[in-house]
Ligand binder design. Structure first.
Ligand SMILES: [Zn+2]
Length: 246
C-alpha cells in the first residue's frame, strides 16, 4: 500500500459541482431527512467510465491496497473507502445502516481497487478507534472520525506499515496498520507468494550489480529506481527491501 496523491486529478464532471452525483446526493439527503435508511445507489454515476478511468490513471492501474496491477486481467472495482450502504465494525457485529450515503458520489471517497481486496476482505468493514465520533448522517463531520483502516490518500502509510521481506507488518505496533492488514488481506497467501517471487528476482539482480559491475550494473541500478516508483508493482516492498538502490 502506498500513499496516493489525488490532488493531481481533476474531479470527473459527473461527480463535480452540478453534476449528476451532486443531484443524486441532495436526493439521498432529502430521503434521509424523511426517515429512510435504505438507499438505492446509482452505479452508473460512481462507477461511470470517466470516474474509473481517472482513478485508474491516478493509481497507475494498481489496487489502492495491495498494489497489484489489475487492468490487464480484471476490470477492478470503484471502491468506497467509507461504505455507502452500511458499515460493519467487526465480524461479530451486524451491518449498521445507514452507511455513508452522502459520500457515495464523493470523488475523495472513491478508489480503484482489486475485487479481492474489496469484495473478499474489506467489504463493508469500517471500524473506528472511537465509536462515539462516528458520523451518522450528512449533518455530521466525518472528518472528525479516526478510521482504523488507513486512508489511501490521507494517511502516511509508511508510518503504519513496514515490510519484513515480503510480509507486511504494523509499524511500531500501529493499530491502524494491524487493522488495515487484516481488513484488506494484505498478507493473504497468494499475495505473499506473488510478492516473494518478485522479491527473489530483484535479489538476484541486486547480486548481479555487485558481482558484475560495469554497464550492466548501471542499467540494473537505473531499473531499480523505476521499480521503487509509484507506478511499479509492489513499489512499497521494493523501497523497503532495497533502500540503497531506489
Ligand atoms: Zn487489491
Amino acid at each position: 500500500m502506498i500513499k496516493l496523491d489525488k490532488s493531481t486529478a481533476q474531479t470527473p464532471a459527473i461527480l463535480a459541482e452540478n453534476g449528476r452525483g451532486e443531484k443524486a446526493t441532495r436526493q439521498l439527503e432529502v430521503d434521509f431527512n424523511e426517515g429512510k435508511t435504505n438507499f438505492v445507489f446509482q452505479k452508473s454515476i460512481y462507477g461511470h467510465v470517466s470516474v474509473k478511468t481517472t482513478l485508474k490513471q491516478l493509481q497507475h492501474s494498481k489496487c489502492c491496497f495491495c498494489e497489484t496491477h489489475i487492468s490487464h486481467v480484471l476490470h477492478g472495482d470503484v471502491e468506497h473507502f467509507r461504505p455507502k450502504a452500511g458499515y460493519q465494525i467487526d465480524e461479530h457485529q451486524p451491518l449498521q445502516k445507514p452507511g455513508y450515503y452522502w459520500l457515495a458520489y464523493d470523488f475523495a471517497n472513491l478508489f480503484f481497487c482489486c475485487q479481492i481486496c474489496n469484495q473478499v476482505y474489506k467489504k463493508n468493514y469500517f471500524p473506528l478507534a472511537d465509536e462515539s465520533r462516528r458520523a451518522g448522517s450528512h449533518r455530521d463531520d466525518y472528518r472528525e472520525e479516526d478510521s482504523l483502516i488507513l486512508h489511501p490518500a490521507l494517511d502516511n502509510i509508511d508510518d503504519h506499515l513496514i515490510f519484513e521481506a515480503e510480509i507486511i507488518k504494523p509499524k511500531n505496533g500501529s493499530r491502524q496498520g494491524a487493522e488495515t492488514i487484516k481488513r484488506t488481506g494484505l498478507n493473504r497467501e497468494l499475495l505473499l507468494k506473488e510478492r516473494l517471487e518478485h522479491l527473489k528476482k530483484l535479489r538476484l539482480l541486486e547480486k548481479a550489480i555487485t558481482r558484475q559491475g560495469g554497464e550492466l550494473a548501471d542499467e540494473i541500478r537505473q531499473a531499480f529506481k523505476e521499480w521503487g516508483k509509484p507506478h511499479s508493482l509492489f513499489s512499497a516492498m521494493v523501497r523497503a527491501n532495497f533502500p540503497d538502490l531506489i
